[in-house]
Write a protein that binds this ligand. Structure first.
Ligand code: AMP
Length: 114
């Protein structure tokens, strides 16, 4: 897959407001936040979309969820609530082709989403 802006963030070639990092996952604030808290959790090894995953990648993508939930607990909004989203391809609204989990919180979120 082609290099994306998120790989540049991983390599520290462009700045980002990084809030969490472990061996497999990096998380940083979205540059265009849709809620008071809007953090993107990305795998350090890039795959373009959810369509590129197989069952062997269950841990790969699961780590994003677990990291997001841990962050929500750490920041104190887990009980109040939050939303996680992975957009896939054009109709899903995906614009950066490096899998990422959006974590949105800090306001009451509408359903269904737009
Ligand atoms: P998606 O539309 O699901 O592919 O989400 C891509 C997200 O990346 C959008 O919410 C953008 O605002 C965000 N984004 C794009 N470039 C950057 C950047 N340099 N730093 C932080 N967030 C970014």
């Amino acid at each position: 897959m082609t290099d994306t802006i998120f790989n540049k963030i991983i390599r520290r070639e462009i700045p980002a407001d990084i809030v969490y990092e472990d061996e497999h996952v990096l998380a940083f604030r979205d540059i265009n936040p849709q809620a008071p808290v809007h953090v993107l959790f990305i795998p350090k090894v890039a795959k373009a979309t959810l369509n590129d995953l197989s069952m062997d990648d269950a841990e790969y993508v699961g780590r994003l969820m677990v990291a997001a939930a841990s962050y929500a607990k750490q920041e104190g909004f887990a009980e109040k609530g939050y939303r996680t989203v992975i957009n896939c391809n054009h109709d899903g609204g995906q614009t950066v082709f490096h899998i990422h989990l959006h974590l949105l919180a800090g306001r009451s979120l509408h359903w269904p989403p737009g």
